[in-house]
Design a protein around this ligand. Structure first.
Ligand code: FES
Length: 217
């Protein structure tokens, strides 16, 4: 484990304090970029006029995301991750089941009208190669770090997302590993493919689920 991760895991309160100052600048509305740091979500922040205007659906061009990479956008002030998973990463997901708290996402963390998320296979995505998640830890609201490479944290690390605040681990479908603090898988927001390369996040094609919220919001 590198020194930065070590410090983060041992002193989460320091990170929380520092990141509260940075949260406003970290999720730039409408922007597409990568958020690699831990940013606790602060429920008490009042939304600005710009935030309210941006509460509607957002479009993301997935054609620019190379296999193995992740892009972050913002929807309702929350980070939306789009991960382009490789064939190897997809092949590894069904083998994760014994390590997971809820491998088939039976607890509702995805909109009820989305029927085509390949939950049994563990992909949690309309097109398995493109994972779309709300990037907020279901424990206390920090933002996990994308660490896709197996073994990059320790020998048991399968590749996925690590929450730096209290160490919760998620796999590359946002499913929480058993025996870590977070109680639920990361949420899948309502979304659909407008074309082969563009997704719209915040609603389904038939306008359903615009007001859906996962249990942790
Ligand atoms: S906020 Fe993520 S583990 Fe506690």
């Amino acid at each position: 484990m590198n020194k930065q991760l070590n410090d983060t895991l041992r002193h989460p309160e320091i990170i929380v304090k520092k990141r509260r100052i940075l949260v406003g600048a970290s999720v730039t509305l409408g922007a597409v970029g990568t958020i690699a740091a831990a940013v606790p979500f602060v429920d008490s922040m009042k939304p600005s006029a710009r935030a309210l205007a941006a509460a509607g659906p957002v479009e993301i061009d997935v054609s620019q995301i190379a296999p193995g990479e992740m892009t972050t956008a913002a929807w309702r002030g929350r980070p939306i991750w789009v991960v382009h998973r490789t064939k190897e990463e997809l092949a590894a997901l069904p083998k994760m089941e014994s390590l997971l708290a809820d491998p088939h996402s039976l607890t509702s963390q995805q909109p009820p009208d989305m029927q085509n998320l390949h939950l049994q296979e563990g992909f949690r995505a309309i097109k398995p190669e493109f994972l779309v998640l709300v990037g907020i830890c279901t424990h206390l609201g920090c933002i996990p770090t994308y660490m896709p490479t197996p073994g990059s944290l320790d020998a048991s690390w399968p590749g996925g997302f690590l929450c730096p605040c209290h160490g919760t681990r998620y796999d590359l479908s946002g499913r929480v590993l058993a025996n870590f603090p977070a109680p639920l898988n990361l949420p899948v927001p309502p979304y659909f493919f407008e074309s082969e390369t563009r997704i719209k996040v915040g609603m389904l094609k038939d306008d359903k689920d615009q007001n859906w919220e996962p249990q942790t919001w």
